[in-house]
Ligand binder design. Structure first.
Ligand code: FPP
Length: 226
């Protein structure tokens, strides 16, 4: 089977990666960012058109203030410094999730990275931050109510999700061996193939991606048929 068009990544295992080395959790997240960069390059090389990364869920606010603050300062640094990298590799960045909870500084940085990469025509990279699958469906329905729609259809919901410009993910990869969806892109992944490699996210690289694509290529997708 051909390569997937949209791979949705659930980035898991940063904390365990750090703990195994006696490092603070935020060091794991920092390594996680490096793994995102490596993966973006591999995705470009393999000409996968869409990828999304679950980087901060609506439930991650339950983590310690230190970890949450660390994640957001990492996000500021990454999206500010990353613009040259994204443009050099023709990557168009979008951010999916409710940004209103972020600091004004981070909101500006996010808007900037999206605007400055909007013309790129290579890989589409969607970063999901303060994102939840149920919340995504609710905000889509609320937009439809506000616009006066009387009847909701599947097409209208899809067209109002954060990832409206992306095809539904055909492949979901969650690293670290945990086998859960954790409220990620619930609507969009109805027919996605799921894969749970044991590798911790900071160790994920091109060879893991190639192995994952091999797994995908052996799956028989039936979409309810036979
Ligand atoms: C899950 O690992 C990872 C997260 C909740 C955060 C993922 C974030 C990054 C990779 C870096 C920040 C991203 C951007 C775009 C700046 P975990 O911490 O739950 O790991 P554990 O299950 O081993 O504890």
């Amino acid at each position: 089977m051909a390569n997937p068009k949209h791979i949705a990544f659930i980035l898991d295992g940063n904390g365990r990666w750090a703990a195994r080395r006696g490092l603070p959790r935020n060091m794991g997240h920092r390594e996680g960012v490096k793994a995102i960069e490596k993966t973006l390059l591999a995705l470009c090389e393999l000409q996968i058109p869409y990828a999304s990364f679950f980087a901060f869920s609506t439930d991650n606010w339950k983590r310690s203030k230190e970890e949450v603050d660390g994640l957001f300062s990492l996000a500021e640094e990454y999206f500010e410094k990353g613009i040259d990298f994204f443009n050099e590799h023709n990557i168009k960045v979008q951010i999916f999730g409710d940004r209103s909870a972020f600091s004004p500084k981070l909101q500006t940085i996010m808007q900037n990275v999206c605007e400055k990469t909007a013309q790129n025509t290579g890989l589409n990279a969607g970063f999901c931050l303060n994102y939840g699958g149920r919340e995504d469906i609710v905000q889509a329905v609320n937009k439809l109510i506000e616009s006066g729609e009387k009847i909701v259809t599947k097409q209208l919901i899809s067209a109002n999700l954060y990832s409206k410009d992306y095809p539904d993910p055909d492949f979901v990869i969650r690293t670290s061996g945990e086998q859960r969806i954790s409220n990620f892109m619930l609507w969009q992944m109805s027919y996605a193939e799921l894969y749970f490699p044991k590798v911790l996210w900071p160790d994920f690289d091109k060879k893991h991606l190639i192995k994952s694509l091999k797994v995908f290529s052996k799956r028989k997708r039936r979409f309810g048929g036979y």
